[in-house]
Design a protein around this ligand. Structure first.
Ligand code: PXP
Length: 236
């Protein structure tokens, strides 16, 4: 099982004050040292967290594979083709959403994907499609000729009761089985945290999990004590 670490929310903190810290590039360096298999980042059209300069600096400075999450936007596609990350994960994007809400509707986006996918292939950039754990999307991913999908685990993560959580988990398992039977490679992610990750990590056939928000949130408390002591020394 590989772990992709999404460093976007280090940039969220930076953008909140318009400072030049904390640096997501430094975060990516730490993720690499910690053994992350992929650095993951979503360059959103509204640039609410990660900026263009960040992704180019990460690509320049790191040896770890880079997975760029991106919407099917002409501008971002051109940037991705210039950046040449190891992998792009194509996600849906809405301006007003707090975070990616659900997977990409592959049937609705089929024509656009058919135009765009060969461009990445020509540059040897692997493509993964971020999809809901739904049969129609898994079948469509296969028809589109990609080798990999990432299954959206957000509904599982958000499920309130034990029963609905179990239902979502079963949906993910069935999707993984179908994808594997079609020869697709399977990653998963979104909303995974320290209490809900194990059940997903146990699903046979998922080879990569992409996790961001919960890791950055956990890091705040792991570092807070030392950070206060450091400031205290300066102040006193
Ligand atoms: N995978 C994909 C495709 C995503 O869009 C995101 C969010 O950027 C993640 C994984 C990570 O989600 P989270 O920040 O909730 O761990």
């Amino acid at each position: 099982m590989r772990l992709g670490v999404n460093i976007d929310h280090i940039a969220t903190l930076r953008q909140a004050r318009g400072t030049d810290y904390p640096s997501p590039v430094q975060g990516a360096v730490i993720a690499e040292k910690a053994g992350a298999d992929f650095i993951v980042s979503h360059l959103r059209e509204d640039r609410r967290h990660i900026q263009d300069k960040d992704i180019f600096a990460i690509k320049r400075r790191l040896k770890t594979g880079f997975n760029l999450e991106m919407a099917l936007s002409g501008e971002i596609i051109n940037i991705a083709l210039k950046l040449k990350p190891d992998k792009v994960t194509i996600v849906p994007e809405k301006r007003k959403e707090l975070t990616t809400e659900g997977g990409l509707d592959l049937n609705k986006n089929r024509r656009k994907l058919e135009q765009v996918l060969p461009k990445f292939k020509r540059k040897s950039i692997a493509v993964s499609l971020f999809v809901n754990p739904a049969e129609k999307d898994i079948l469509a991913a296969k028809e589109l000729g990609v080798e990999e999908i990432e299954i959206h685990t957000g509904r599982y993560a958000d499920a309130a009761g034990v029963n609905s959580r179990q239902r979502e988990l079963t949906r993910i398992k069935s999707a993984v089985e179908l994808a594997l039977s079609l020869g697709l490679r399977v990653a998963a992610g979104h909303g995974l945290n320290y209490s809900n990750v194990s059940a997903v990590a146990k699903i046979k056939g998922i080879e990569e999990l992409n996790i961001g928000h919960s890791i950055i949130a956990e890091a705040v408390f792991n570092g807070l004590y030392t950070s206060i002591r450091k400031m205290m020394t300066l102040v006193r």
